[in-house]
Design a protein around this ligand. Sequence first.
Ligand code: PYC
Length: 333
Amino acid sequence: MRTRRIFHAVDSHTEGMPTRVITGGVGVIPGATMAERREHFMAHLDHVRTLLMYEPRGHAAMSGAILQPPTRPDADWGVLYIEVSGCLPMCGHGTIGVATVLVETGMVEVVEPVTTIRLDTPAGLVTASVAVRDGVAESVTIENVPSFAVALDQTVKVPGFGELTYDLAYGGNFYAILPIESVGLPFDRAYKQQILDAGLAVMEAINEGGEPVHPLDPGIRGCHHVQFLAPGSTARHSRHAMAIHPGWFDRSPCGTGTSARMAQLHARGDLPIDADFTNESFIGTTFTGRLVAEAAVGDHQAVVPHITGRGWLTGTAQYFLDPRDPFPEGFLL
Ligand code: PYC
């Protein structure tokens, strides 16, 4: 055996969606904040992401997080989110996976019944409250970054679909939200390729018309997620298919997408503060959301979302890079 690099990982899944938590092997990424580390990583270390997320070590819907020392004194760990699509500023299912791993491997001091972990993410401070019984992380509630509706009832011309009406909201990433009927497709996994193609066409058309940009952090930009709502979705219980660039579905109910959806519902006057909201994924798993406060982000009225979900550890691994490997940065088919 020969290897140039060894990456240590604890693999997990959150309501069906993988989070490969990289606990060692990357080193400390340069940058005074996690947002700066994200920029540095994307510019100089992206081969580490593709090696760990792409085939043959990962797959076309792989997702993970690299643990880092925090850059701020009020945080316990720094987190850089890595996906097949790039480095998200924030990832809800990934945060639930990270918190579960930190508790169940003893990487934080575990306190029962609730262990509080403060995570320094590129999008800001995110607090995870882990319900722990007999050392087991039974569920994780994250307090996400302030989320807001960017614009309601927007229209966009999408080649092949005509003029579509959508809402745009931010929950740690930007989300276009629209009923699946508007692209003429059923909420049925048998139509997954058509749903993905429609999602990619919608995000491309929106970004061509002008990428959304976070008012306080220009590094957070672009719409790369489309939340297609299933028929019968309400302000209490929604079902959705979440199409993500460059072409995969979130298997989890999507923490940042749930936050964006709650911000959208709140802006429409349909979801008050302190009411439970259930968001169901394309595979039928759920997160429970709740808005706990109002806030402001730049000129936007915002809300503070809590998201509760469950994670499970699936294994540990050491990933190698053999110097003779013909795919040192992985590949996607
Ligand atoms: O849970 O926030 C989330 C997420 C984003 C992309 C995939 N999952």
